[in-house]
Design a protein around this ligand. Sequence first.
Ligand code: 1GP
Length: 259
Amino acid sequence: MISKNKKLLSKLQLLRSSGQKGFAILIDPDKDNTRYFSALAELLPNYPVDFIFVGGSFVKNGATDYCIEQIKGFTDLPVILFPGNYNQLSARADALFFLSLISGRNPEYLIEQHIKSAPWLKENKLEVIPTSYIIISDSTKASVLKASETKPISPKAEEKIVNTALAGYYLGHQLLYLEAGSGSEEPIPASVIEQVAKTVDLPLICGGGIRNTEAAEEICTAGADVVVIGNALEKNPFLLKSLSHRIKNYKAEHPNFQL
Ligand code: 1GP
């Protein structure tokens, strides 16, 4: 049965239309997350998050399934797969970002992985969210670039970034994900996010290199609808307190915000 469930996409669209900001934690299933998960179990009831994304560039077979089983043991938050390849599909997740890596030119991540996933998706009732995935960086060090054997788009090439995002929109993708690369020195520049957010009317997720509340707030002000944080929270889960407060109260604290 092909799933027509659009629950999480609707939630993402609502964030954009309401001006509320979303907060997502990225979990790498290839790491030993035992201590991290105990901290999250304690913090999440008081410091809200909207989504948990699960995925990584290099993940052992079976690790994603195990990781989601652990996550579901301490929270009811929706888990969305953010996979590096089709081996990371898991029926335990609530949804899948069906990523087209349109900053790159590797057919494997433009169509091959999608074909490999298709029979599994047909059999499993996961919400599938067609997503334009655009890597923006001047460095080629990010593991996503090594894994995908693609080049990023320079943050200076604003017009190319906007046109790439627009192409994703015209291809029918439902979501834009701008990625600076996990552990990147700098997040995506605010001016780039602003241009994309103003031009393309799709929910906009931004991640990579966001390490503190100031950076998260700047990303929100630039027009991102969802801020994703991985490494910084893994290193210091208590950062969740200030991040959750700043992102989830963004609208109340910026009543005049508009794109
Ligand atoms: C998600 O790659 C990011 O899009 C996560 O990056 O680990 O640097 O937060 P960080």
